[in-house]
Write a protein that binds this ligand. Structure first.
Ligand SMILES: Cc1cc2nc3c(=O)[nH]c(=O)nc-3n(C[C@H](O)[C@H](O)[C@H](O)COP(=O)(O)OP(=O)(O)OC[C@H]3O[C@@H](n4cnc5c(N)ncnc54)[C@H](O)[C@@H]3O)c2cc1C
Length: 260
């Protein structure tokens, strides 16, 4: 068996279509409007927010005589007043690798604003098992020995089942799939696997807030601390209101603008 630590990959993000946006701004009567957004994703959230009140510039809407300037100020106000729906327009795409089924099972409870693709253990046969060992067990010599020994036994069980059913000699893929799915029932919940997870900014803020809090599960805290590290500098105007307190070696990412 192999001991691993979960990894976070940001593999995609929302992109502007410049000519389409220019054409829309001309249509809206604000062809000269521009912003200083540090990313396309933040730029788009500002556009959708301003679209609501025609607040690209004063006078487009006779009711609007002043407008906030700058992406930081604009999105800062969105966070303050909790107008979070405009943050749903930007989507980020992550891959979480070497995460356990404990992690994925809790992750998929977040339904709003997410898309999920999970490694299929019905198709992908288990061979060598790998796992993240939670701190309490990792730091206890006997606990770690029990953990690793059990993982190795379960790895051996996978090999024995593969031999017993001669899966490598099986030619029908449908039968291999049935057997692989049957074998996984004896696999541990802690085995490392991969999940692809996409979410919008609004969802990501909510999930970072509740999954880095001290009452969340350790592996979720670890992964969403890494997610926060991946996004805080890249989208500073959406995540700039957060502060970090370290609790038991992991970041607790907090804000006064919770769940916008
Ligand atoms: C520390 C901790 C312990 C937990 N323990 C358990 C447990 O013991 N058992 C268990 O089953 N779960 C547990 N959970 C999971 C929890 O109950 C939620 O399912 C999970 O956190 C998903 O979050 P959410 O409800 O905010 O949904 P999300 O899908 O993240 O939705 C975001 C928000 O959108 C709104 N929303 C989403 N869907 C709906 C809807 N259908 N109707 C109305 N509004 C909606 C809500 O305001 C919601 O908060 C735990 C979670 C945490 C963080």
């Amino acid at each position: 068996m192999e001991l691993v630590e979960p990894r976070v990959f940001l593999v995609g993000e929302t992109r502007l279509v410049e000519e389409g946006l220019r054409a829309y701004l001309e249509h809206a009567g604000a062809p000269a409007w521009s912003t200083d957004a540090p990313s396309d994703a933040e730029h788009l959230c500002e556009v959708y927010g301003r679209l609501c009140y025609r607040s690209f510039e004063p006078g487009l809407n006779p009711n609007v005589t002043r407008v906030r300037k700058g992406n930081d100020t604009y999105l800062g106000h969105i966070l303050e007043v909790g107008h979070g729906s405009v943050l749903e327009h930007a989507v980020l795409n992550f891959v979480f690798a070497d995460v356990s089924r404990v992690f994925t099972h809790e992750l998929v409870r977040h339904r709003a604003g997410t898309a999920i693709s999970q490694e299929s253990l019905r198709y992908v046969r288990l061979g060598r098992l790998s796992a993240y060992v939670p701190t309490q067990i990792r730091e206890d010599e006997r606990g770690l020995e029990i953990f690793c020994r059990t993982m190795e036994q379960l790895e051996q069980v996978q090999r024995e089942l593969a031999d017993a059913f001669a899966i490598d000699q099986e030619e029908k893929f449908a039968v291999k799939k049935q057997l692989t799915s049957a074998f996984r029932r004896i696999a541990p919940l802690g085995l490392a696997t991969t999940v692809g997870w996409s979410c919008n900014f609004r969802t990501l803020r909510h999930v970072i807030e509740i999954r880095t809090a001290p009452d969340a599960e350790e592996e979720l805290r670890l992964v969403f601390g890494k997610v926060y590290d991946a996004v805080k500098g890249r989208y500073p105007n959406v995540f700039g209101d957060y502060t970090v307190e370290m609790v038991e070696g992991l970041p607790w990412v907090k804000t006064s603008h919770r769940k916008v």
